[in-house]
Design a protein around this ligand. Structure first.
Ligand code: NAP
Ligand code: G3H
Length: 481
């Protein structure tokens, strides 16, 4: 598909058919980097959302009783098609969310790997048997058979920054365990998400097991989340949206992966070269638009000058430009986001931060910005920029770093850099986050590791096995012999 000339005016998948919305309304999607029109998606009405949920409900009755091998085979076929189509889908991701070309294609391959691993792990999802006399006074003639059951219809809502990967990482575990899925992609990212679903349909997905609903989250989001036909919600996105979802979803399980303000804590005995390269890659890849990006550095005073010099040298080597050219720094998702990031930089500079690099802006393309001498009085010390800006906060010791780290509302991940692993493990125990990385940047993968945020960074756990568990429940049969 030559995207510059040929637009993708997507339809929605409804009960196995690609159809137009009855509203006739469409939302145009253009490329954040070039402004080129990429295509459009239907804006669904609430009635059409109801139809999608009903279709998923009907299909689930049949899908859940299919042999697990049939579901596993579908996932394998889907992964193979994604791999085959990685260039074309990757190119669409590149245009639609301004992701550097190699990363965009890599997102598709990584997705295929997640799907295959999910299929394999699903085959190992066993129940258990419990004997009554394991409990005091219980009878040995009672035996509980504990099996895992799908929950029903899973609502999967994904964000713009991984439009294929973070969608498929929800859809695959849901389907393989016998649930059906209503998939609501981020509007900017929908075209890529729909291409990913096209591969699933082409791989032979039975009618109705995957339903796509498109439209602005602000218009159809509440209706979806509050719909009585939804049995579980798996969401990745911003904290404000996640909080709203958790308030509105009543009596159904919800898994939320939300925003972050991941710190890198650098102690006086750290390997400063390794630390700087991990921090720069962690902070600036995909222009900082990753929940797991390093979003603040706490460095001990005694090594701060050297670390900052190392980081600055690497930041100045980052290329700034277009996703097609595989630039390190590409335009952020939209003007609104760029203005927000610029506001954080301006606030820091007005309040005494030292600009070491960057602070140049052309529309939504911001140069990588490094700020030193940031203090807790500045917004950038606390707010998530989701852009290419890194604040350095100098601290006197590890305790100050722990305290500042924990004062954040967020609690996704943290990195600790030191040669003393015992010290790092001990500090890690005091950090209010889901995961601590020692001597490496914060990141989600490898994708079978549990992935979670605490506080305002999330609820529940993703990762391959945790996702399978979160989308199933126990079914207990008690035998009385
Ligand atoms: P977002 O604005 O919260 O949107 C996420 C999804 O929610 C989109 O599909 C959006 O649809 C939908 N939505 C919006 N309002 C809704 C509502 N009332 N009810 C239901 N759904 C609604 O987030 P984003 O801008 O795409 O992503 C950036 C944020 O996500 C950052 O904060 C980042 O840290 C976080 N994130 C977290 C993780 C993680 O794993 N922890 C991963 C990636 C991103 P529309 O696009 O149509 O508005
Ligand atoms: O943006 C949030 C993603 O879950 C982060 O994944 O660490 O692989 O970039 P990543």
């Amino acid at each position: 598909m030559a995207l510059q000339t040929e637009q993708f005016n997507a339809n929605i998948l409804r009960n196995g058919e690609w159809v137009e919305s009855r509203t006739g309304e469409r939302i145009s999607i253009s490329a954040p980097a070039s402004g080129v029109a990429l295509g459009s998606i239907p804006a669904l009405s609430q009635e059409e959302v109801n139809d999608a949920i009903q279709g998923a409900k009907d299909a689930q009755k049949i899908w859940k009783i299919r042999p697990i091998h049939e579901r596993v085979d579908l996932l394998y076929a889907w992964a193979d098609l994604l791999e085959e189509r990685k260039e074309i889908i990757g190119e669409l991701i590149m245009h639609e969310v301004a992701k550097p070309k190699k990363s965009a294609i890599g997102e598709v391959s990584r997705t295929a790997d997640i799907i295959r691993h999910t299929a394999d792990e699903a085959l190992r999802l066993n129940g258990e048997t419990l004997k009554g006399d394991q409990f005091k006074g219980g009878s040995s003639k009672k035996i509980a058979l504990v099996e895992r059951e799908p929950l029903g219809v899973v609502l999967a809502i994904s964000p713009f920054n991984y439009p294929v990967n973070l969608a498929a990482a929800k859809i695959a575990p849901a389907l393989v365990t016998g649930n059906t899925v209503v998939f609501k992609p981020a509007t900017q990212g929908s075209l890529s998400g729909i291409k990913m679903v096209e591969a699933l349909a082409d791989a032979g997905a039975p009618e109705g097991i995957i339903q796509v609903v498109t439209g602005r989250g602000s218009v159809i989001g509440d209706h979806l989340v509050e719909h009585p036909g939804i049995d579980m919600i798996t969401f990745t996105g911003g904290t404000t949206t996640g909080e709203r979802i958790s308030e509105k979803a009543k009596m159904i399980p919800v898994v939320l992966e939300l925003g972050g303000k991941d710190p890198a804590i650098v102690l006086d005995d750290a390997d400063l070269k390794l630390t700087a390269s991990q921090i720069v890659s962690g902070a600036f890849s995909y222009s900082g638009q990753r929940c797991t990006a390093i979003k603040r550095v706490f460095v001990q005073d005694s090594v701060a000058d050297q670390l900052v010099a190392n980081i600055k040298e690497l930041v100045e080597q980052l290329t700034v430009g277009s996703p097609e050219d595989d630039a390190d720094i590409t335009p952020v998702i939209d003007e609104k986001s760029a203005a927000f990031i610029q506001g954080l930089i301006d606030d820091a500079l007005e309040n005494g931060a030292t600009l070491l690099s960057g602070n140049k802006r052309q529309g939504n393309l911001l140069s990588p910005t490094l700020l030193d001498d940031v203090t807790p009085a500045m917004r950038v010390a606390w707010e998530e920029p989701f852009g290419p800006v890194l604040p350095i906060i100098r601290v006197k010791d590890a305790n100050e770093a722990i305290s500042l780290s924990n004062q954040s509302d967020y609690g996704l991940q943290a990195s600790i850099f030191t040669k003393d692993t015992d010290r790092a493990i001990n500090i890690g125990k005091h950090l209010e986050v889901g995961t601590v990385h020692i001597n490496a940047k914060t990141e989600r993968g490898p994708d079978h590791f549990p992935f979670l945020g605490v506080k305002k960074s999330g609820l529940g756990v993703q990762g391959i096995k945790p996702s399978l568990l979160s989308m199933t429940r126990e079914r207990v049969t008690v035998l009385n012999l």
